[in-house]
Design a protein around this ligand. Structure first.
Ligand code: NDP
Length: 481
């Protein structure tokens, strides 16, 4: 059985405990590799390596850091097929999605921040001819990056790339549920000549490795993407230590559809925004609000499209649109929410059950894309994050009602508005409580834009200069002339 290794001080090493955790292929429900069951001893070794590398890396000219990072992105591009296959086996998403969506984005993340650092400038504030202020932006030191299982390499690189580009050294923990592509990335970092200790990857469980990172007194910043509950725990521990924190947390995103939208465009995108990656994207629109005059037409065509187009099955099959749910635990959680929705009075319009493909995938974890109507906006199904192939549809009569329902959850990550009325689009965009608003599109991303949520969806912003600012300390120098 393939054993995944930690990446510490430039070498692939086994965990101190020599213990491993079973790593499942969700499409077959079987164990296919072993993930290190690391603990605080491995985190300490990784910290020591990062600390030792910091002096040199932080003083390496940004042009040289950039060259190494661009080289890493080129090697990833060379190996894109291998990485895409690994991600699909580890996570359950369709292979075409790994190859055309996730891997290109992971490559872009590294290239984007690897080149952005060459253009990263800091401010000067002259005070007439009395004095001049200038801002020095220096790397923080050793930082921790913790990422989830839904877009494993995409979100992992989204954190480590700006951290390293800005001159920090990193101790990173991918999700123990999907560790494989981070492991392959460590091989690429070695090949690309990334100096030992600049990036260290410690695999293992959140409560052991993640929390060891969070409580480590010398790790000065934590960039975390994951669930709101875990984010709250990290904040509870790290805030009194005055660590810098970037928390990208859960969502329950509204998708608001007005009668004057471009219906066909909206329908195609709404199928995607509801069910792409089995609905396991923090940006998926799981609460769909539809203006009453087109509700019946929308319902009929949406249900029909989902039923006929979203083939569920083996992620390696090119016909598959909906792959496997990432783990047995998550599979059970989503099915439990379907039962809850029924108890709350929801009517299942399609899906609502597990799917058992024939052959080698018979024991995998599959759920049919599920559409539910008839629920109140404030029931648990419509308020709690489910993070699977399940959406609800609800009619509305006025803009005010749509806004009220959209803003009714504790979350505020992303939102989508479909309308051809420009004034209404701008008005709604201003009033929705979310960090991201898409108008007549979904998941259209420019890596320079600020990314993050409000309310229980997080604190801080990633993306573009925001990420480089997070991973640097600003110091004002005031010189009297
Ligand atoms: P979790 O919060 O369970 O885990 C995220 C990461 O934190 C994992 O690596 C996990 O390790 C680790 N972890 C768990 N417990 C601790 C702890 N006590 N201290 C430190 N680290 C810990 O999230 P999921 O992996 O289940 O991911 C799904 C969630 O991520 C959803 O809520 C989703 O909305 C959110 N998300 C948010 C995004 C955003 O940009 N806002 C983007 C993508 C997802 P382990 O795997 O071992 O538990």
């Amino acid at each position: 059985m393939q054993k995944i290794a930690n990446y510490i001080n430039g070498a692939l090493v086994e965990p101190v405990s020599k213990q491993y955790i079973d790593n499942y292929n969700p499409s077959t429900g079987s164990v296919y590799s072993l993930c290190p069951d690391s603990d605080e001893r491995d985190v300490e070794l990784a910290y020591q390596a990062a600390e030792a590398a910091f002096e040199s890396w932080s003083n390496t000219p940004s042009e040289k850091r950039s060259r190494i990072m661009v080289h890493i992105s080129e090697l990833l591009e060379r190996d894109i097929d291998k990485f895409a296959m690994a991600e699909t086996i580890d996570q359950g998403k369709p292979l075409w999605l790994s190859k055309n969506g996730e891997m290109p984005r992971a490559i872009s993340n590294i290239r984007f921040f690897g080149t952005a650092i060459e253009h990263f400038a800091s401010e000067a504030h002259p005070m007439g001819n009395h004095a001049i202020n200038y801002t020095l932006r220096t790397p923080i030191g050793v930082v921790g990056c913790i990422s989830p299982w839904n877009l494993p390499l995409y979100l992992f690189t989204w954190k480590i790339a700006p951290a390293i580009a800005a001159g920090n050294c990193v101790v990173a923990k991918p999700s123990e549920i999907t560790p494989y592509t981070a492991y392959l990335l460590s091989e690429i970092c070695i090949e690309a000549g990334l100096p030992p200790g600049v990036l260290n990857i410690v695999h293992g469980l959140g409560p052991k490795v993640g929390s060891a990172l969070t409580v480590h007194p010398k790790i000065k910043a934590i960039s975390f993407t994951g669930g709101t509950k875990t984010g709250a725990e990290i904040a509870r521990v790290a805030a009194p230590m005055f660590k810098k924190l970037s928390l990208e947390l859960g969502g329950k995103n509204p998708n608001i559809i007005f009668a004057d939208c471009d219906f066909d465009k909206m329908l195609n995108e709404t199928v995607r925004s509801s069910f792409l990656n089995q609905g396991e994207i923090c940006l998926c629109g799981s609460r769909i609000f539809v203006e009453r005059s087109i509700y019946d037409k929308f319902k009929a065509e949406f249900v029909n499209k989902v039923k006929t187009e979203l083939v569920v099955g083996n992620p390696l099959d090119a016909k598959t649109k909906t792959g496997a749910i990432v783990s047995k635990m998550h599979f059970d959680k989503v099915l439990n929410y379907i039962e809850l929705a029924k108890l709350e009075g929801g009517v299942i319009l399609c899906g609502g059950h597990a799917v058992k493909p024939e052959g080698e995938c018979a024991n995998g974890w599959y759920i049919a894309p599920t559409i539910i109507e008839g629920l109140s906006y404030d029931c648990r199904t419509n308020q709690e994050e489910i993070f699977g192939p399940l959406v609800t549809i609800t009619p509305f009569d006025t803009e005010e009602e749509a806004l009220m329902m959209a803003n009714s959850t504790e979350y505020g990550l992303a939102s989508t508005i479909w309308t051809e009325n420009l004034t209404r689009a701008h008005k709604m965009a201003a009033e929705i409580k979310a960090g991201i608003v898409w108008v007549n599109c979904w998941l259209l991303r420019d890596l320079r834009t600020p990314f993050g949520g409000v309310k229980s969806s997080g604190v801080g912003r990633e993306g573009g200069l925001e990420a480089l600012r997070f991973f640097t300390e600003a110091k004002n120098v005031c010189v009297k002339l």
